[in-house]
Design a protein around this ligand. Structure first.
Ligand code: GDP
Ligand code: MN
Length: 380
C-alpha cells in the first residue's frame, strides 16, 4: 500500500525527523488560510500516489497567500499519471542548497534490506541508477545487527557527502530504518533530503510504501487505506473480503486460485472477449461465497456475462455445483453464466448443473468460447 507524502511525513515527524511545517488541504480557500497562518512563502504539492510530481507540474511555489491560492487552483483537479489531484500539501518553502537521497528497501535477490544514499537527490533514484550508478552508495543490512553508526559513516563517505551532511544525515537514516521496521515497509525514502542555505537538513519529501500482508498489524493505518481506493466496486469487494480487481471489459471472471484466474483472463481475451474483472474466490465454494462473488461482479453494470472457472482440488466439483445452484436460486440473474468444472468430482458436479440456467463447459477454452458467443449473441 502506498501512502501520501503528507502521511509519510506525519510518520517521520513522530520519529523525530525534521519536516517542513505545513498541512494538507483540499480547496484553494484552505490553501490560502494555511499559507496565511504559516506567514511565509509556501510550496503547494499535489498529493497523489505517483512520483515525478515536480516534473508533471504538481509542485509550485506561492510567495504570498494569494499566489498560493492561485497555484492551488491550478494543481487541484489536475491529472498526474492518470490520478486526479484531490489534496495538496501546503508547507513552508524550503531554501534549497543541495538535494540528497536516502532510501531503504528490500533487495529480494540478496534476501536483505538495503540502504541507499546518494548525493544526487531530487530526481528519481531509478534515473540515477541508470545514468550514474556510482553515485549511489549501498549497504545490505544484517537484521541481527541493524544499522550501526560506522555503517552510516561509510555510506556517507562512499556517497561523497559534504561534511555538514555527513554529520547530520545519520539521525535521518536511523529514524528511517526504525520506521521501515516498525511499519513493515517495502520502501521508505526521503528524496530529497535537503540542505538549506542555513546549513540545516530537512526531509522535503517522504515516500513510504507498506507491505499489504502486514497491514493487519497496523490498524492505525486503516484510514489511509480507505482513502486510496478510488474504484467504488473494488472498495466494496475488499470490504466483503474478496480478491477483486476491476478491468474494463464486459465478461465477469470468477475462479479459484490467482494463477487460474489470470490464465482465464488470457484465454477469454484470446477468444475475442474482454474481461470485466479478476476475482479469486480462493479455496472452497460454498453457496454463500458464490453468491457474494456473483453479486460483486454484477455491481459493474458493464458485465454482460459471467465465466466461472473452477479447478476441483480440495474443493470438490459437486460441492461447487451445489453452491452455484443454491446461489442462483436465490438471485435474479439476468446475464448468461458459463461454468467450467474440472478436477475432483467434476463429472458429478457437471451432472448436477444439467437442466439449470448455467451453461457447462468441459475445458477452459470451450468455456471461454461459450461465454464470448453468449455475450456477443446478446449484444447482437
Ligand atoms: P516528486 O517529484 O514527486 O518526488 O516530489 P518532491 O517532493 O521530491 O519534489 C520535487 C522537487 O521539487 C524537489 O526535488 C525540489 O527540487 C522541488 N521542491 C520541493 N519542495 C520545494 C520547496 O519547498 N522549495 C523549492 N524551491 N523547491 C522545492
Ligand atoms: Mn521526491
Amino acid at each position: 500500500m502506498k501512502i501520501h507524502e503528507y502521511q509519510g511525513k506525519e510518520i517521520l515527524a513522530k520519529y523525530g525527523v525534521p519536516v517542513p511545517q505545513g498541512r494538507v488541504a483540499s480547496t484553494p480557500d484552505e490553501v490560502e488560510t494555511i499559507a496565511r497562518e504559516l506567514g511565509k512563502p509556501v510550496v503547494v504539492k499535489a498529493q497523489v500516489h505517483a512520483g515525478g510530481r515536480g516534473k508533471a507540474g504538481g509542485i509550485k511555489l506561492g510567495k504570498t497567500p494569494e499566489e498560493a491560492r492561485a497555484v492551488a487552483e491550478q494543481i487541484l483537479g489536475m491529472d498526474i499519471k492518470g490520478l486526479t489531484v484531490e489534496k495538496v500539501l501546503v508547507e513552508e518553502a524550503a531554501d534549497i542548497k543541495e538535494e540528497y537521497y536516502l532510501g531503504i528497501t528490500t533487495d529480494r535477490a540478496a534476501r536483505r534490506n538495503i540502504v541507499m544514499v546518494s548525493k544526487e537527490g531530487g530526481i528519481e533514484i531509478e534515473i540515477v541508477a541508470e545514468e550514474n550508478p556510482d553515485a549511489i552508495a549501498k549497504l545490505h543490512l544484517d537484521p541481527a545487527i541493524g544499522l550501526q553508526d560506522f555503517q552510516i559513516r561509510q555510506l556517507g563517505f562512499d556517497a561523497k557527502l559534504p561534511p555538514v551532511a555527513l554529520k547530520g544525515m545519520g539521525a535521518f537514516l536511523k529514524a528511517l530504518y526504525r520506521v521501515y521496521l516498525d511499519y513493515d515497509c517495502s520502501l521508505a525514502e526521503i528524496n530529497p533530503l535537503i540542505l538549506t542555505g542555513e546549513g540545516k537538513l530537512i526531509a522535503a519529501d517522504a515516500k513510504v510504501n507498506l507491505d499489504d500482508n502486514a497491514l493487519f498489524r497496523h490498524p492505525d493505518l486503516a484510514q489511509y487505506q480507505e482513502e486510496q481506493e478510488d474504484d467504488p466496486i473494488e472498495a466494496e469487494a475488499h470490504k466483503r473480503g474478496l480478491t477483486y480487481v476491476r478491468l474494463d471489459g464486459d465478461i465477469g471472471i470468477i475462479g479459484n486460485g490467482a494463477g487460474l484466474v489470470m490464465t482465464t483472463l488470457d484465454v477469454v481475451k484470446r477468444e475475442g472477449g474482454s474481461p470485466a474483472n479478476f476475482l479469486d474466490i480462493g479455496g472452497g465454494a460454498k453457496a454463500e461465497v458464490v453468491t457474494k462473488a456473483i453479486d460483486t461482479v454484477l455491481l459493474d453494470k458493464n458485465v454482460k456475462g459471467i465465466f466461472f472457472n473452477i479447478f476441483g482440488g480440495i474443493t470438490r466439483g459437486d460441492e461447487v455445483a451445489k453452491g452455484m445452484l443454491e446461489a442462483i436460486a436465490t438471485m435474479n440473474i439476468q446475464v448468461p453464466i458459463v461454468v467450467r468444472l474440472t478436477g475432483t468430482r467434476a463429472e458429478e458436479g457437471l451432472a448436477l448443473l444439467e437442466g439449470s440456467a448455467l451453461t457447462p463447459a468441459a475445458t477452459m477454452q470451450e468455456g471461454a468460447q461459450k461465454i464470448v458467443a453468449l455475450v456477443n449473441q446478446k449484444a447482437a
